[in-house]
Design a protein around this ligand. Structure first.
Ligand code: PAF
Length: 278
């Protein structure tokens, strides 16, 4: 496996191949990321993982400064997962001057849910992902389903900009108790880690309510918020949405395979997100 830090070196290396498959990450890798790498392997003739903590997608009060940078351990894991090339640029390499050109995704998809609570988040994500796509020129790229809205935003960006890239989504990997794997789980204390599964349990409870015929979405959401708040969480949202556009469902949207429940909530100082298709 090659570890490459510059765009020029990466382009020289990838010139030997025709169809790179890319897994963009911010590092501090866990089994979920490695599953995306394994999924990417048959999609191209060379598997590239990028590791870059992207300042543009963090708000000033968020964890950009403290986000774990664990390049050596990440490389060992990527090598074991069969990755061929790791692209880990410095900030100076990727943003040699302030990134004045940014990609602004449509408000109806990008300013709701995560975008509402993290204004500018998807502009930062789209800008860096488009830049990584331009650098790597992948035939395929794989994103995790835990970031449900992110993979939708990226799929639409690729479609609307006619980028010749197949976007694949990798299933969310979960710990034995059901907690979705996330780099931010590492911030949790032992007591918080034991509590953290309640986010996915609450989403499951919302699905159970839908399956039992509850159609008052406001009531389902309010009960979920109340349940997590009573346990000491600070929910940003716990919501039932249509899968295809993440808008609230209307009366005729309750058919099979049409809804998703999504949640974001803070436990102590750690903000966790999760989702389940209903
Ligand atoms: O999901 C992530 O880790 C990041 O948002 C991504 C896609 C690597 C862009 O920085």
């Amino acid at each position: 496996m090659k570890l490459i830090h510059t765009i020029a070196e990466l382009r020289a290396e990838l010139a030997k191949y025709e169809r790179p498959a890319l897994v963009p990450t911010m590092g501090n890798l866990h089994e979920g990321h490695l599953a995306l790498v394994k999924q990417a392997k048959p999609l191209g003739d060379v598997t590239v993982a990028s590791i870059f903590v992207n300042r543009l997608q963090f708000l000033p009060h968020e964890d950009f400064g403290t986000y774990p940078r664990t390049l050596e351990a990440d490389c060992a894991k990527l090598q074991a997962a069969g990755c061929d090339v790791v692209f880990a640029p410095s900030e100076q390499e990727l943003y040699p001057e302030p990134q004045g050109y940014k990609l602004q995704p449509p408000t109806e998809l990008a300013d709701i849910l995560e975008g509402h609570f993290r204004p500018g988040f998807f502009t930062g994500v789209c800008t860096v992902v488009l830049k990584l796509f331009n650098i790597v020129q992948p035939a395929a790229a794989v994103f995790g389903a835990k970031d449900y809205q992110q993979q939708m935003v990226i799929r639409r960006m690729v479609a609307q900009l006619a980028l010749p890239i197949d976007i694949h989504t990798g299933a969310t990997l979960r710990a034995a108790d059901g907690l979705a794997l996330s780099s931010r789980n590492g911030y949790l204390s032992a007591a918080e880690r034991a509590e953290a599964v309640q986010l996915s349990l609450t989403l499951k409870g919302m699905i159970a309510a839908l399956q039992q015929g509850e159609r008052d979405i406001g009531r389902i959401e309010a009960q979920a918020v109340q349940a997590l708040t009573a346990r000491g969480w600070q929910p940003d949202y716990l919501t039932v949405r249509r899968r295809h556009d993440l808008q609230p469902p209307q009366a005729d949207d309750f058919g099979p395979d049409s809804l998703v429940v999504l949640g974001a909530a803070r436990l102590g100082t750690t903000r966790l997100i999760d989702n389940l298709e209903a």
